[in-house]
Design a protein around this ligand. Structure first.
Ligand SMILES: Cc1cc2nc3c(=O)[nH]c(=O)nc-3n(C[C@H](O)[C@H](O)[C@H](O)COP(=O)(O)O)c2cc1C
Length: 226
């Protein structure tokens, strides 16, 4: 026991009085649960947009977007998007470039605690564009959400068909996020063309996690008034 004391002191000094866990995990603001644009207008106006302004996203906006895709909306743990057997194979990552209050990096979203945990530090957007078969415009977006799946969560019950279910669920979660972005005046697009292995390596995804889609997000370029 006594041998552990110097280690504890070292952690406190190194982190300036806070624990490592506190510096890596960010509590997100609560999502807005009332009001907003009429769904019928959002459906009418939704369009893929690949040109973004330099205006950063706020933490509140990022929180709303992540919640829209996988937020928990009932005491039983059900979420904004449907899931086969309520087994929830999806994992969301936020690749933050310019997000107010958040250092650039890759973060994993935990829907239970509504938190982001940093996985990789640094601006990964140029690398993200490169892994997406050099679709260079991706790096102009303030951030991107990467939807991935841990297939075993679903195949454990449904066998190989569970892989299909996970892909379907990525579509539902992605469309939720797309419509939420549209309702907030933000711009996004689904990117399916990317090198799976390169993206996994860039984001430091665990081996059992498969990336399924990328949604770059920012303010649309035409919205700049200055
Ligand atoms: C599964 C899927 C993969 C896609 N992959 C890409 C992509 O890699 N790059 C891209 O620029 N757009 C991609 N798109 C967006 C489509 O090009 C776009 O949805 C289509 O042009 C229709 O335009 P709209 O979304 O504005 O209605 C993808 C869309 C889907 C559904």
């Amino acid at each position: 026991m006594t041998k552990r004391i110097p280690l504890l002191i070292l952690v406190v000094v190194t982190c300036g009085g806070t624990t490592m866990a506190e510096t890596n995990i960010h509590q997100l603001p609560e999502p807005r649960l009332e009001g907003g644009k009429a769904l019928i207008d959002v459906l009418q106006e939704r369009r893929s947009i690949r040109e973004y302004s330099t205006q950063p996203l706020t933490l509140q906006e990022v929180a709303q977007l992540l919640w829209s895709a996988q937020g928990i909306t009932s005491r039983e743990g059900f979420r904004t998007a449907p899931s086969a057997g309520a087994l929830y194979p999806l994992v969301l990552h936020l690749v933050a470039g310019t997000v107010e209050g958040l250092a650039s990096g890759n973060y994993r979203y935990d829907p239970h605690s509504h938190t982001l945990e940093m996985v990789v530090a640094g601006d990964l957007r140029p690398g993200l564009a490169h892994t997406a078969l050099d679709q260079g415009w991706i790096q102009q977006a303030s951030a991107a959400v990467v939807i991935s799946a841990i297939f075993s969560r679903t195949t454990r019950k449904y066998g190989d068909r569970g892989v299909r279910y996970a892909h379907m669920e990525a579509g539902y979660a992605g469309q939720n996020l797309f419509l939420q972005a549209e309702a907030m005046g933000l711009a996004t697009v689904v990117v399916g063309a990317f090198d799976d292995d390169a993206l996994k390596a860039l984001l430091h995804l665990p081996t059992d996690e498969q990336p399924l889609s990328i949604l770059p997000i920012g303010y649309p370029r035409q919205a700049i008034t200055d």
